[in-house]
Design a protein around this ligand. Structure first.
Ligand SMILES: Nc1nc2c(c(=O)[nH]1)N=C([C@H](O)[C@H](O)COP(=O)(O)OP(=O)(O)OP(=O)(O)O)CN2
Ligand SMILES: [Zn+2]
Length: 128
């Protein structure tokens, strides 16, 4: 695919992993880093720009950094915000952000979402 954009941002949130035998099973917080890659064959307009000049609008891709009261994930309890079919592991947060982001975009854009709880650990989700 000839076009690719990448954006990285962070948000802070609390979570606990259900039935986890250890500290991660207790409510605690992280400043998550998210990296989203978007690929496309053609440039398009966006919800903010009518001209075909973007793979995907960074503003659209970065929705999750907004405050939870404004539709994002910042300063939320992930267990309360994410539907129960998603556990709050970095893997499933990546899938949740992938699914929500894809729903905000027109067809023809391929996404890859990475989520990190700490600089040493990343999870990524994409669909072939
Ligand atoms: N594959 C995954 N493993 C773990 C996840 C996850 O999302 N995916 N999450 C956790 C917990 O959320 C926990 O908060 C993180 O634990 P840990 O990696 O141990 O974090 P630390 O920064 O404390 O790492 P140290 O190695 O202890 O310094 C656990 N596992
Ligand atoms: Zn954690």
């Amino acid at each position: 695919m000839p076009w690719k954009v990448t954006t990285e941002f962070s948000f802070s949130a609390a979570h606990c992993i259900k039935d986890y035998d250890g500290p991660c099973g207790r409510m605690h917080g992280h400043t998550y880093t998210v990296r989203i890659e978007a690929h496309a064959h053609q440039l398009q307009g966006s919800e903010f720009c009518p001209h075909s000049v973007m793979v995907a609008d960074f503003k659209t891709l970065r929705w999750a950094k907004r405050d939870v009261d404004k539709g994002g994930l910042d300063h939320c309890v992930l267990n309360d915000v994410m539907p129960p079919e998603y556990e709050t592991t970095a893997e499933m947060i990546a899938k949740f952000i992938f699914d929500r982001t894809q729903a905000k975009l027109p067809p023809g854009i391929t996404l890859k979402v990475g989520v990190s709880e700490s600089p040493n650990s990343w999870a990524e989700y994409w669909e072939d």
